[in-house]
Design a protein around this ligand. Structure first.
Ligand code: PMP
Length: 366
């Protein structure tokens, strides 16, 4: 029996997000002495043999899970998703060039802002006028004949809209996969570069994973600051400076958990889809009371955005949720309403508890 202080809640936070309890338990067991070293993983040198093993296994696990081809490099970086908004154009967008940006929500807009500091972002499609309720069909993209890359956000965390399949560009695809990374299989060879900050499905904050093709690395601009140059990080095996050891360690535990406990990415995708289907079905069944933000064809399986008939009822819903230990359900201020982030580590029981509240709240308030 847990003490009240040690109780666990169902955490629907968009990130930092829920981490599987077994992973946290394992980290706790390792806390004072990592692999018999007499030191925690936060205390060992990033140049030690233990660190070499850690980085090697983390990369090998990721390569196996995603089937990363040999001609791609895996980089463990810092600076979050936001630093990639800058690094992508700093490395690939020359001042006299354009790059395609497919704008489907909040994070894509941030990326466009940074691209404008290096060259000319060209918005190939924007969902802004429709309030970012969907992603485009490929035929809707207005693509230039020449561009440095085609950038998109596979899952917009705030609006809860997700590409079912990646778009097809005329230049190498660059993807911000921060909020659906490791939630389903992805064909890496369709991308020039794919990145994700870790704090949704892949660990605590502090780590950003970048998967980049050798061909893309060859296109990198000269004379970059070293810490912002993908080639430098690749040459240094992701240890150009002191890496976030604890975040990489948790990433390693999570890749093991995905493979060994969840059965790999294909099985996990089925599991995630089932959770999302359950939640959307419950919302749709009560569409006289709850409205979903995303159009059905673009609905995210990671971030479910919805609202009640009024802002007052939204606030009451959130309070009722909190009383049941269902936390962090408030939507982002730009969208309002609620957002249930149901990443890999959200158990079915959490989704069921939310469904129960949806029913009871509507019955009490309609
Ligand atoms: N991209 C997406 C899709 C995100 O959801 C987020 C953060 N929630 C970011 C980028 C920015 O990540 P960070 O806070 O690590 O800079």
């Amino acid at each position: 029996m847990r003490t009240p202080e040690a109780r666990r809640v169902f955490n629907f936070c968009a990130g930092p997000a829920a981490i599987a309890e077994s992973v946290l338990e394992e980290a706790r067991a390792d806390m004072l002495s990592y692999r018999g070293s007499g030191m925690s993983v936060m205390e060992i040198s990033h140049r030690s043999a233990l660190a070499d093993d850690l980085f090697e296994e983390a990369e090998a696990n990721l390569r196996r899970l995603l089937g990363v081809p040999k001609n791609y490099r895996v980089l463990f970086l810092q600076g979050g998703g936001s630093q990639q908004f800058s690094m992508v154009p700093m490395n690939f967008l020359r001042s006299d060039e354009s790059a395609e940006y497919i704008l489907t929500g909040h994070w894509g807009a941030k990326a466009i802002g940074q691209a404008g500091l290096e060259g000319t972002p060209h918005v190939a499609w924007s969902g802004e006028e429709e309030r970012f309720v969907r992603v485009p069909e490929n035929a809707e993209l207005d693509l230039l004949e020449r561009s440095a890359y085609t950038y998109f956000t596979s899952n917009e965390t705030i609006q809860g809209v997700q590409f079912d399949a990646e778009p097809t560009g005329l230049s190498p695809l660059v993807c911000d996969a921060s909020s659906d990374f490791l939630s389903r299989p992805v064909e890496i060879d369709r991308f020039g570069l794919l990145y994700a900050c870790a704090q949704k499905n892949a660990g605590p904050s502090g780590l950003t994973v970048v998967i980049i093709s050798d061909e893309m690395l060859d296109r990198t601009k000269p004379n970059l600051h070293r810490m912002f140059d993908y080639r430098e990080h690749a040459a240094a095996g992701s240890r150009l400076n002191t890496p976030p050891m604890f975040s990489v360690y948790l990433f390693l535990l999570i890749t093991r958990w995905i493979e060994q406990d969840m059965g790999g990415l294909s099985a996990l995708a089925v599991h995630n889809q089932a959770k999302a289907d359950t939640l959307y079905a419950r919302l749709d069944r009560q569409s006289d009371f709850y409205t979903t933000h995303a159009k059905p064809t673009s609905r995210s399986i990671m971030n479910v955005t919805f609202r009640t008939p009024s802002a007052e009822l939204d606030a009451e819903f959130l309070a009722a949720a909190k009383r049941r230990d269902l936390t962090h359900l408030a939507g982002h201020r730009s969208v309002g309403g609620m957002r249930a982030s149901i990443y890999n580590a959200m158990p079915v029981a959490g989704v069921e508890a939310l469904c129960e509240l949806l029913d009871e709240f509507r019955d009490a308030h309609q």
